[in-house]
Write a protein that binds this ligand. Structure first.
Ligand code: GLA
Length: 711
């Protein structure tokens, strides 16, 4: 993994705000001009650059019905549909007999209604003729059971035989639609989920390990296989881990799974790129509510033009912080704007209790996505199939073909998206603060949580929420992301810190950044072996301190320091300092005798920056103090400043203008004071001194000037 060099980074001086704004505007203009091709555009001037849409399955309905559906979509200001990702048996009823004309007719009809099309490759659900003739294309689960036809995700992601069939159908689609003016993009498969444990995949794992380690000696040493006499004499002795195992083996298997999905995807990307115009983007819709860690999302999105994810609430109400963080996570996969390829039109069918979002909440959710960098939001689904496993799922149109109650709310969103498209075009969230999340560290802790209550997502949100409440834009990024321009970098659970990663982080600090490491940081190296320096591994020396011992907690430990007092749960690390300028920020109170009065947080100036290490999971209020201290110390500039509770402010920056999206996630009206000079995008005209946002209400304002064309 190569790490981008860090540019010069100065601490905040009084005049820096104006210089900072100018710098940002200049940087954005340069960035936008050079690096981000504009995706998601067809030739139709009526299709705006901010898209609202739905998943549509014309193969499930009589062709005579299509016109009415597309007219209803147009009436709801929908301008994009995704089609085809489950249509293999209709596209290829028997081997080598392709039937694509119906899809061509559906696309022409969509075009007539100013609706652009994203084609999904149908490889998540192979037809019965394929798997019955080639059972090796079916996945085998960890218990050795081979999957059967009748559902989906039954395919074997590693099967070379399956890939031949996938590439064949995808090539047919790309040859036919690669130059179609109304086709703006492709989605590979659907929500990559389950790997396979068949003998063929096991052989491929061995080959993968051999390419990585070259010799069994280096593998045995990296995994310390002398332990429990695990030593391997032949590659084919190495198991596919099903339940637990050597941490080195487990981590490498996860990397193998990520690489295998990437090559599965790559085969289809190559087939599409062979025929399709470069303007047609290629993505895949990432499921698992964004946070799933079946495989590495950074690795998988590397080969894609844009990232997209499926944003569902499931049961209950929108968790504003969690959902915002998942958008920022999705944006961080490729560090650019993304798509919400699927989201719920009110309700789903797979949650324990499939509650429906309150009126207005679907709109608030759509605008939250846009505020965090989404350039398109698509509902799953337009209309539930009359039969099949998802008859109860939320939809816009009922079995009779007429709108369901949610249709009107989505139509309003569509109208507003059209109004706001011009203002949002070419803008993206720009952050001064980043949170580093790596899959190596997530997996390493998941393999050995050591405390069943250890909640990595909960801890991430404890770092994230105070930043968002203070109105800061937050990037969530991977280990190799360039750290330039960030005043503050937080790493809540960076368990795996290799020497390379340490060098990358240290360079950032030395050039003026403030790095705040969280608990369990730097315990492991890239082989998931213990770092001999103790925590935080290669960063012990620059930190001027280390972790003497970690303690899993089943109770509460008091803690106090310059920034306040509070409690610690789940995990506490006894820290020590070895450098005179390493400052103790917090000490534990009376506890288990080991932690009593020991350092819980230390911080040290290093180069032009600072490294801090917080070895405890603090209560949210005290965490808020720590984050606010770190942000101030790092010179993070206020973006919009404090707003009423329950109101979220999102900022997107363009070459010559800035857009603010205000969303009242509360259940009562909220009053928001506004600076002068803002332009009201949804209602026109200059903004008043303040607005009263209704419950779930949204307002969009801009500063600066922009082209008024909606595309
Ligand atoms: C996923 C899938 C869709 C559909 C929805 C239901 O995200 O991609 O095909 O099953 O869930 O919520």
């Amino acid at each position: 993994m190569n790490f981008a060099p860090v540019e010069k980074n100065r601490r905040a001086s009084p005049t820096s705000r104006r210089r900072y704004e100018k710098l940002i505007a200049f940087a954005v203009a340069a960035l936008l001009a050079t690096s981000f091709p504009v995706y998601g555009q067809n030739a139709d001037p009526n299709v705006p650059s901010l898209l609202l849409g739905a998943a549509w399955y014309p193969e499930q309905w009589p062709e005579s019905r299509w016109e009415a559906d597309l007219q209803l979509m147009e009436d709801a200001h929908l301008h994009v549909v995704r089609v085809g990702e489950f249509a293999w048996s209709t596209l290829e009823p028997s081997q080598g007999h392709y039937n694509l004309d119906w899809l061509a007719r559906a696309i022409r009809l969509a075009e007539k209604h100013h609706i652009a099309v994203v084609i999904g490759t149908p490889t998540d659900a192979p037809p019965a003729w394929l798997t019955s003739a080639h059972p090796e294309t079916l996945r085998v689960d960890a218990d050795g059971h081979r999957a059967e036809h009748g559902g989906r995700r039954q395919f074997n992601y590693a099967s070379p035989e399956y890939r031949v069939f996938c590439v064949a159908i995808v090539a047919q689609l790309a040859r036919r639609f690669g130059h179609d003016p109304d086709v703006i993009g492709w989605q590979i498969g659907n929500e990559y989920t389950d790997e396979s444990f068949d003998t063929g995949t096991r052989r491929l794992f061995h080959e993968w390990l051999q390419r990585k380690y070259k010799t069994l000696d280096s593998l045995n040493s990296a995994w310390t296989t002398a332990y429990w006499s695990q030593t391997y004499d032949r590659w084919d002795e190495i198991p596919l881990p099903t339940a637990g195992g050597n941490p080195g083996l487990l981590l490498d298997h996860k990397r193998f799974v990520s690489d295998t999905w990437r090559s599965f995807q790559r085969a289809q990307i190559d087939a599409i790129r062979k025929y399709a115009e470069p303007r047609q983007f290629i993505t895949t819709n990432i499921g698992g509510l964004g946070w799933s860690d079946n495989w590495d999302h950074y690795e998988i999105t590397r080969d894609l033009d844009i990232a997209s994810w499926d944003d569902y609430v499931g049961e209950g109400s929108l968790n504003v912080a969690r959902n915002g963080a998942m958008h920022d996570f999705a944006r961080g996969w490729k560090r650019q704007n993304f798509w919400v390829m699927e989201t719920q039109p009110g309700s789903v069918n797979w949650a324990p209790i499939n509650t429906t979002l309150d009126r207005g909440e679907t709109s608030a959710m759509a605008w939250q996505a846009v505020g965090h960098g989404a350039d398109a939001v698509l509902y799953w689904q337009w209309r539930d199939a009359l039969n099949g496993q998802e008859q109860y799922h939320g939809a816009l149109v009922g079995p009779d073909g007429t709108p369901l109650p949610i249709y009107s709310e989505i139509r309003d969103i569509g109208g507003d998206f059209e109004l706001a498209a011009a203002a949002l075009k070419g803008t993206k969230p720009m952050a001064q603060v980043a949170i580093v999340v790596t899959y190596d560290s997530r997996w390493a802790i998941d393999f050995q949580p050591h405390n069943k209550n250890y909640d990595q997502l909960g801890i991430l949100l404890d770092y994230y929420r105070p930043l968002r409440d203070a109105g800061y834009t937050v990037d969530i990024i991977g280990a190799d992301a360039p750290l330039d321009g960030y005043k503050l970098v937080l790493a809540p659970d960076l368990n795996v810190i290799s020497k390379d990663l340490a060098t990358h982080l240290l360079a950032y600090v030395q050039q003026g950044g403030h790095l705040l490491l969280g608990p369990r940081s730097g315990m492991k190296d890239e082989h998931n072996a213990l770092n001999v320096e103790r925590q935080p591994g290669p960063l012990v020396a620059p930190l001027g301190g280390r972790v003497e011992q970690y303690y899993a907690l089943d109770g509460i430990v008091p803690v106090a320091g310059a920034l306040g007092t509070g409690t610690v749960t789940q995990w506490a690390e006894q820290l020590s300092t070895s450098a005179p300028d390493a400052e103790v920020m917090f000490r534990y109170g009376k506890s288990n005798g080991w932690l009593d009065n020991q350092p819980a947080m230390i911080s040290r100036p290093v180069g032009r920056g600072r490294i801090s290490y917080l070895g405890a999971v603090l209560n949210p209020d005290l965490m808020r103090q720590v984050i606010s201290w770190a942000a101030t110390d790092a010179g993070v500039q206020a973006e919009f400043g404090q707003v009423a509770n329950g109101v979220e402010v999102c900022r997107r920056v363009g070459g010559s203008h800035t857009v603010y999206v205000f969303i009242n996630h509360g259940h009562t009206q909220a009053h928001v004071a506004l600076p002068s000079g803002l332009h009201d995008v949804l209602h026109g005209g200059e903004s008043a001194k303040a607005i009263d946002l209704a419950a779930q209400g949204v307002a969009v304002f801009t500063t600066g000037t922009y082209e008024s064309k909606a595309r």
